[in-house]
Write a protein that binds this ligand. Structure first.
Ligand code: ATP
Ligand code: MG
Length: 441
């Protein structure tokens, strides 16, 4: 089961030969025991950083965090973190230890780790070291704090998000004491940096169990995303919907591709609904203008969580247009392609599909088949190289100037008029045809 990459074997053997203990530890042991390929390998050792540096003299070494005991070995460009057995000192800010102390005992290092499934070590010499029942919890699909949950979440509140993330990604249940403690200590998340929260949030959303976690731990998500407050239990009072806004959102997340942009879009697309809800005199619920409100709230949320510009822009555009109707005609599709770019147009179709799948399927069946049609039409337009944007128009600004139109902002307006005429099939996308169309007007 444990076939280690040769760089990892090399590092462990080197440390052993020098008389130190060395194990792979944490996530990689968990992943191997589950039959998954680890994304990276961490090594824990009894050697102190300066001793580790001596052991790997002649190799490429980066002093990543000597104070915290970590040196990185670069072997054939693969970075390998080697960290000294460590006991964390007191935590006074719910984030990080005030100090760390090196120890000679592996179990003490394992005890500082967050969950039992992440607190196992392995070496070819010793086999698996499992001091907290991690292997059993792994087998039974359980996330359980190492030691007293309250104390552990108070030390580092990010562990609350990590518990939700592992539960979502692995499809594991959070053990009841750990769960109770998460709900009790959720507000400590306010002490955690936006960057660390965003990383865990995205992994959580992309997990296979995201719907369940969103529903079960919504009150935790409300702490990091106050923009979603008000969705739970909001009955939409509309025949298009069979779920309240929160359940609709969770089901939309589940039906979205497992990728940060889509999952964030699904989570936030309707966060403007609580603000725009009104019931007409027939008792029917409406949310006029909710995409615009969702857009504004999502913009705040994504900015606060410090998401990168590319992700933010895409998510916001998709939220803004998630409800925009597009007729299944060539000209309507071309207008949408021009508005959005082909990349985002196809993304929008995925968003719309997920949104429709989370509504009353009796009614959205036809919407779903329209989405299929839109996709077919768009592919055809692109395949045929049909014109839908200024770049593809058979005349450009210079052509207009040569035809005697004065330089100025009118040029842009005229080009757009011509593009519209081409899209509406009033004129062929051909230079002379366009110029004579213009002359006639
Ligand atoms: P991933 O698959 O995302 O890498 P991971 O469990 O390896 O998951 P890392 O952040 O790489 O997560 O951390 C490596 C190990 O360090 C964890 O398995 C765990 O043992 C320990 N660890 C990480 N973060 C914490 C934390 N906040 N509190 C306690 N232990 C932690
Ligand atoms: Mg890891």
């Amino acid at each position: 089961m444990f076939v280690l990459p040769h760089q990892v074997e090399f590092a462990i053997n080197k440390l052993h030969s020098a008389g130190y203990e060395a194990f792979i530890v944490g996530g990689c042991v968990r992943d191997i025991l589950r039959g998954d390929a680890p994304s990276d390998y961490d090594i824990t050792t009894s050697a102190e950083p300066k001793q580790t540096k001596v052991v790997f003299k002649g190799e490429r070494i980066i002093e990543t965090g000597l104070k915290h005991g970590t040196v990185t070995l670069l072997k054939e460009d693969t970075p390998l973190e080697i960290t000294t057995y460590r006991i964390d000192g007191d935590y006074t800010d719910n984030r990080r230890p005030d100090s760390v102390k090196f120890t000679k005992t592996l179990t003490e290092d394992l005890a500082r780790r967050d969950f039992t499934i992440n607190a196992m070590a392995y070496s070819p010499k010793t086999g698996v070291v499992d001091a907290f029942g991690g292997e059993n919890d792994l087998k039974n699909g359980i996330i359980r704090s190492v030691g007293d949950a309250d104390r552990r979440f108070n030390e580092d509140a990010l562990r609350i998000m990590r518990a939700l993330r592992f539960s979502s990604v692995l499809g594991f249940i959070i053990e009841s004491e750990t769960k109770k403690s998460i709900l009790k200590n959720k507000n400590l998340l306010k002490n955690i940096s936006a960057e660390r929260i965003a990383i865990e949030l995205v992994k959580l959303l992309c997990g296979k169990n995201a719907k369940q976690i969103i529903l079960e731990y919504f009150e935790v998500l409300e702490v990091i995303l106050p923009e979603i407050i008000g969705m739970k239990g909001l009955d939409q009072k509309n025949r298009w919907h069979i779920y309240d806004v929160l359940t609709h959102t969770a089901v939309a997340v589940e039906n979205s591709p497992e990728n940060p942009v889509f999952r964030l879009t699904a989570l936030l697309h309707d966060c403007g609904k609580p603000d725009t809800f009104f019931i007409d005199d027939k008792g029917v619920g409406h949310f006029h203008g909710h995409p615009e409100v969702s857009f504004k709230k999502a913009k705040n949320a994504l900015k606060r969580l410090k998401f990168d510009n590319a992700t933010t822009e895409k998510v916001l555009t998709l939220i803004k247009y998630h409800d925009m109707p597009i007729e299944p005609t060539k000209s309507a599709v071309k207008k949408a392609l021009n508005l959005l770019t082909p990349e985002l147009f196809f993304c929008l179709l995925k968003v719309k599909r997920a949104d429709n799948l989370a509504q009353n399927l009796e009614l959205t069946k036809t919407c779903l088949s329209t989405i299929d049609t839109l996709e077919k039409i768009a592919k055809e337009i692109i395949q045929n190289g049909e014109c839908f944007c200024l770049k593809d128009l058979a005349v450009n600004g210079n052509d207009l100037i040569s035809a005697g139109i004065p330089v100025g902002k009118e040029i842009g307006e005229i080009l757009n008029t011509l593009l519209n005429a081409v899209i509406n099939e009033e004129v062929e996308n051909e230079k002379n045809a366009l110029l004579s169309y213009l002359a006639k007007r």
